[in-house]
Design a protein around this ligand. Sequence first.
Ligand SMILES: NC(=O)C1=CN([C@@H]2O[C@H](COP(=O)(O)OP(=O)(O)OC[C@H]3O[C@@H](n4cnc5c(N)ncnc54)[C@H](O)[C@@H]3O)[C@@H](O)[C@H]2O)C=CC1
Ligand SMILES: O=C(O)CCC(=O)C(=O)O
Length: 411
Amino acid sequence: MNALASTNRNFRHAARLLNLDSKFEKSLLMPYREIKFECTIPKDDGSLVSYVGFRVQHDNSRGPMKGGIRYHPKVEHDEVNALAQLMTWKTAVVNVPYGGAKGGIGCSPKDFSVSELERLTRVFTQKIHDVIGVNIDVPAPDMGTNAQTMAWISDEYSKFHGYSPAIVTGKPIELGGSLGREAATGRGVVFATEALLADHGKSIKGLTFVIQGFGNVGSWVARLIHERGGKIIAVSDVTGAVKNPNGLDIPALLEHKEKSGSLSNFDDGDMMNADELLIHECDVLVPCALSGVLTRENAGDVKAKFIIEAANNPTDPEADEILSKKGVVILPDIYANAGGVTVSYFELVQNNQHIMWDEEKVNAELKKYMAGAFNSIKSMCRTHECNLRMGAFTLGVSRVAQCTLLRGWGC
Ligand SMILES: NC(=O)C1=CN([C@@H]2O[C@H](COP(=O)(O)OP(=O)(O)OC[C@H]3O[C@@H](n4cnc5c(N)ncnc54)[C@H](O)[C@@H]3O)[C@@H](O)[C@H]2O)C=CC1
Ligand SMILES: O=C(O)CCC(=O)C(=O)O
């Protein structure tokens, strides 16, 4: 199912549980502003290439809009809209004072040199500089972008508006980034997993995990689960998938990936068919890559007992239904991966106060936010007799609805 149709469906289900008026429901769903533009740059050989860029600002009732910038060939209008909307509910679930936005360019970053990537990012920034701002919309990294991308955005934006490090989060530490932001999404996923497992009388130690995606989020999830004694028996990325029934040596796999750029030819594991990864026998499945990977075609074959949605929107609603009927417990994206935006908020707090927290404080605060949100979601589950996804959606949507009404925007 299309990402936007799937996100809208979840929102509407939550709106029904909350008994929202239908006109009000429609206005909460409608994005605040969508922009689509062309980004043209000269390649290193002098030839011109053009890509389509997007920034969708979904909602600002709870504060400036917030969300990542994605560079990926699949970036298109509906997906960016869906991701922007998910940011609105996510910031509300963890109760940070921000709204929701998302942006990106439909391109393949691995096909560019560093200087081409810099030119593309600067052109992208020129196209959005007049609609973002520290009190309007603050971008951050997502798939295919990183701290360096944020440094270029901040530098280009500063040419128009004066030195503005707080125009982005997830920037390099040297330029005002927060300690712990790079690991924050993965660390938040692990705190969320611990909260869920504790609720089921279990812990990470001794359970088997399968992880799809080994980039920023996936590699941090793997590292932290490994440190806690979880057994990671299969991992994949765009280069392939590797398994070891006795548990992969994650530090060695990280080193191998760093050196070779690929998961292939890892001595301590066997390559496997990447399509089979999601249906591999395990206790906990953690998708950390693309949207829409769990579908009605593969959901029936999933063997995991828990799914932790570290990626945004990895589960189609049809798959959600099939998995729920099988008794699989799904920890939804708008909670599970909210550690990144939570530490982005901490980064802005530090920027505003011109101070730097130590990493211990960042991680301890993150743990508090993730634990608090889990308890609030469970409370919504009890009130509305619903699963964790609807617990998170009703929590996020009700907080946004309340601020919308308080600000006098209700219809
Ligand atoms: N970076 C952040 O702070 C946050 C990221 N997320 C979400 O987490 C997910 C991953 O993001 P990042 O780790 O930042 O991106 P990344 O670009 O650092 O890594 C993406 C990973 O996915 C892999 N991948 C791509 N296509 C694949 C495929 N077909 N099969 C298996 N693996 C594939 C890549 O090889 C790479 O390992 C995305 O859904 C993103 O929206 C969510 C919240 C915050
Ligand atoms: O850190 C942020 O502002 C946003 C991170 C993000 O894009 C996400 O949570 O999906």
